[in-house]
Design a protein around this ligand. Structure first.
Ligand SMILES: *Cc1c(COP(=O)(O)O)cnc(C)c1O
Length: 364
């Protein structure tokens, strides 16, 4: 069945091993983030197993459903919910996850109650907002009180504090904001009279700081997804090379359904496209182009895709079609051919969640 997403488990294992070594050399423990894994085909299991072979033993996901299904499939390693939990999922949270990220007193009290009911202790990582403006406590006094609350509630175990950067506000993790995180952690330690187990300094976007040896020493935890699975951002966006990382772990294959020569500029009055946007088109005259049976429903946006065939250029597409300029492709492209593309984060996430994309594993 096509489109087909082919995932290299060997490549993921390889990347897990390299990133795990890099982090442990800097005293950093990893929670591998599976949020890119599909719930229909249970792809999180083979992917988590590949990461385990690479030496990673803590896992997390932003959806409770994924964690619940992993447990149902017999996965027994520690699991962390890396999105703030909903009040409507307390039973699953306490039942299936060992820990979660938190920033609300109401939620913490509800987790405590549920934990007491299930006779469990739930781990808490308090989130601090250092300027990226997504989740987290901004006010120092509020953070201290929340930490004390976690200490006081018997169903909770305060593991430490963490932050998230480079998501909404696109803020770069640096020595200043992560330094502030360590400072806040030490103030909490002073108040509660014990050392915190985890100071979680973010996601893949913190790796360049680790490579540069500039990550504050007490940062001892990262939540990593992209850097292990795709490994494209660190090299392509941050211009930092981590030797040996494979960047071709995910390849999507789509079949050609039309090959024709047509104008490159639409004909008639341009108004709105399938998604209500008014695009602009470059006029390159008549071009040889092909249509593939792969659309925005499968990959989110065509910007998140790069063709593996030399000379090929993606012009765009709609919900169910991709349009490609093949004027500069040497080999002949015919109806029925399969074309391959590398994916960026957005396309990987969409394709793995799409029930019309089939999944195939390469290597073990
Ligand atoms: C997605 C996510 C991560 C992992 O991000 P990557 O860029 O894939 O490493 C870490 N923490 C939180 C809270 C997340 O939502």
């Amino acid at each position: 069945m096509y489109p087909k997403l082919s995932i290299s488990l060997e490549g993921i294992e390889n990347n897990a091993r390299i990133i795990q070594k890099l982090c442990s050399d800097h005293g950093i423990q990893i929670t591998a983030v599976l949020k890119s894994s599909n719930s229909y085909e249970n792809s999180y299991l083979p992917i988590a197993q590949a990461m385990k072979k690479g030496g990673i033993h803590y896992f997390g996901d932003s959806r409770m459903g994924t964690l619940a299904r992993m447990r149902e499939m017999g996965f027994s390693d520690p699991l962390m919910l890396i999105r703030l939990p909903m009040l409507s999922e307390m039973e699953e949270l306490v039942g299936y996850a060992d820990a979660s990220l938190n920033s609300e007193e109401t939620t913490l009290r509800a987790i405590n109650e549920e934990a007491l009911k299930q006779e469990k202790v739930h781990g808490v990582l308090l989130m601090v907002d250092l300027g990226d403006l997504r989740e987290g406590i901004e006010d120092e006094k509020e953070l201290m009180e929340m930490a004390q609350l976690c200490e006081d509630l018997p169903g909770l175990d305060l593991l430490g504090i963490g932050t998230n950067l480079g998501c909404y506000g696109a803020i770069v993790p640096d020595e200043i904001n992560l330094g502030r995180l360590v400072e806040l952690a030490e103030k909490i330690e002073e108040r509660i009279g014990r050392r915190l187990a985890l100071i979680s300094g973010g996601a893949t976007s913190t790796l360049p700081l680790v490579v540069a040896g500039k990550c504050p020493r007490r940062i001892n935890h990262l939540r990593l997804g992209e850097g292990i699975l795709l490994a494209r951002d660190v090299e392509e966006i941050w211009k930092v090379t981590i030797a040996g990382l494979r960047r071709d772990n995910y390849v999507i294959e789509a079949q050609v359904i039309e090959v024709k020569e047509k104008p490159s500029h639409p004909i008639g009055r341009i108004f709105v496209d399938a998604f209500g946007n008014t695009p602009s088109y470059e006029d390159r005259g008549r071009i040889r182009r092909c249509l593939i049976a792969l659309g925005k429903r499968d990959i989110g946006d065509f910007d998140a895709l790069t063709p593996l065939t030399k000379g090929m250029e993606i012009l765009g597409g709609s919900s169910d079609h991709g349009i490609i300029d093949i004027s500069h492709v040497e080999e002949e492209i015919k109806v029925g051919d399969f074309l391959q593309f590398n994916l960026y984060y957005q396309a990987m996430m969409h394709s793995i969640e799409s029930c019309s994309v089939s999944i195939e594993y390469r290597g073990k």
